[in-house]
Design a protein around this ligand. Structure first.
Ligand SMILES: [Zn+2]
Length: 90
C-alpha cells in the first residue's frame, strides 16, 4: 500500500499590483512629453532616468553622453530616442 502523498506544494505567492498603488514610487514608465526637458540643455527630453535621489531627463544628445553611466545606477532607464528616428526630424 502506497502512502506516498502527492500533495501539491503550496503555490508561491505572486504579488500582483495592478491596483495602481504607489508602493514603488515613481520608478515606472510613463510617456515622455514635450513638457519634459533635458536637465542639461533644456531641449525636449527623450530619455528619463529614475534614480534614488530623483528623476533626470536628457535629450538624445546628452543621453548618449551620460546614458551608459546612468544605466548602471538608475532604478529605471527609459529610452525613447528611437521616436526621433520615427518622426524623421533632422
Ligand atoms: Zn541636452
Amino acid at each position: 500500500m502506497s502512502t506516498t502523498s502527492t500533495s501539491p506544494a503550496p503555490e508561491a505567492i505572486t504579488i500582483q499590483d495592478e491596483q495602481g498603488s504607489t508602493t514603488a514610487g515613481t520608478a515606472e514608465q510613463r510617456p515622455l512629453t514635450t513638457a519634459d526637458r533635458c536637465d542639461v540643455c533644456q531641449a525636449q527630453a527623450y530619455v528619463r532616468a529614475v534614480l534614488l535621489t530623483g528623476e533626470l531627463f536628457f535629450c538624445a544628445h546628452h543621453a548618449r553622453k551620460h546614458g551608459e553611466r546612468l544605466k548602471d545606477v538608475a532604478l529605471l532607464f527609459q529610452d525613447e530616442t528611437r521616436r526621433l528616428q520615427e518622426t524623421g526630424q533632422a
